[in-house]
Design a protein around this ligand. Structure first.
Ligand SMILES: [Zn+2]
Length: 317
């Protein structure tokens, strides 16, 4: 089968590799759609992943049910936290025609969720969990720093949970235009404008109930600490391997609730149900483009290029 393999640090190559062999509790999934996660280029900086097939945002159909309760052709959304490691992270994933997955962690995909929306359930679940972590109540005013896919998804969920106002800050003008083009429900601010904090304080009527920091940079954390209301909440979701300095005194004096959030699996079922039954928004509208397996190496370069306005790339093997 065709697969895209991490050949070296930050280098990918499309190869013909054997079909995965199945353990007793695994099924063979034919990949219908797999989205490229923002964490994939980050992972590719780590030599430990050389030889790995990435791709953990996958939906597909059962090609071989093996000993499971599934039938051939059943449509499935791939769960991520399998006991033996998430496919696409700790073992081979969905940048391929087929992937071996543990049957116990697979969720049935309702017919009304298409393949494009189906492969976005994982990032949708991250955004949903992030919005829950922010404790968004009806009428809340929310600041989201950054304008990428998780930020945009979190804005959609913030509105779903009743936020009356969402502001987003971003340094890349092209990303703001992209987020606007997919109707991200927020007011956008240039993070480099000299008086951005003043503008945010005015727009929020004196500060935000919760600030969700997606880039996790010194600057964005500082902005969140300034823009949050006293006793407000700041949620950090960026993954950094180096310490980042913060204004500790202000955090203490404002008695802010400063918390981290990570994970998606606990929210899969709620997200699938809401998207299928309530249809609050169309996840597929977030997709910037669809590509084949042979285009993955180029797409990853494009995704990480400075000034890139790509929100989400979906692979259709
Ligand atoms: Zn991901």
């Amino acid at each position: 089968m065709k697969a895209c393999v991490m050949k070296d640090v930050k280098t990918f190559e499309v190869r013909d590799i054997p079909l995965p062999t199945l353990k007793d509790d695994e099924i063979l999934l034919k990949v219908n759609a797999c989205s490229i996660c923002g964490s994939d280029p980050t992972m590719s900086q780590n030599p430990a992943y050389i030889g790995r097939v990435f791709g953990h945002e996958v939906c597909g159909e059962v090609a071989d049910p093996n000993k499971s309760k599934f039938k051939k052709g059943d449509r499935i959304i791939m769960g991520t936290s399998a006991a033996r490691g998430c496919p696409g992270v700790r073992r081979d994933g969905g940048y391929a025609e087929y992937v071996a997955v543990e049957a116990a962690h697979m969720l049935p995909m309702p017919d009304c969720i298409g393949d494009q929306a189906g492969c976005l359930i994982e990032p949708l679940a991250i955004g949903y969990g992030t919005a829950l972590a922010a404790g968004i109540k009806p009428g809340a005013r929310i600041l989201i720093t950054g304008c990428g896919i998780i930020a945009s998804i979190t804005a959609l969920w913030a509105r779903y949970m009743g936020a009356s106002y969402v502001a987003m800050t971003e340094i890349n003008k092209a990303k703001i235009d992209r987020a606007k083009s997919v109707n991200t429900p927020a007011e956008f601010f240039d993070a480099h404008a000299p008086n951005v904090l003043e503008k945010l304080m005015e727009a929020s009527g004196g500060g935000f109930d919760a600030c969700i920091d997606c880039p996790g940079s010194k600057e964005t954390i500082a902005l969140c600490i300034e823009a949050a209301k006293p006793s407000g909440t700041i949620v950090e979701i960026a993954i950094h391997y180096e310490p980042v300095s913060i204004n500790y005194l202000k955090l203490v004096m404002k008695q802010l609730n400063f918390k981290g959030f990570y994970g998606s699996m606990p929210y899969f079922e709620d997200v699938i149900r809401i998207i299928a039954e309530e249809k609050p928004f169309d996840p597929a509208a977030l997709i910037t483009k669809e590509i084949g397996i042979h285009e993955i190496p180029e797409a990853i370069t494009e995704l990480t290029a400075p000034g890139s306005d790509i929100l989400k790339i979906v692979i259709r093997p």
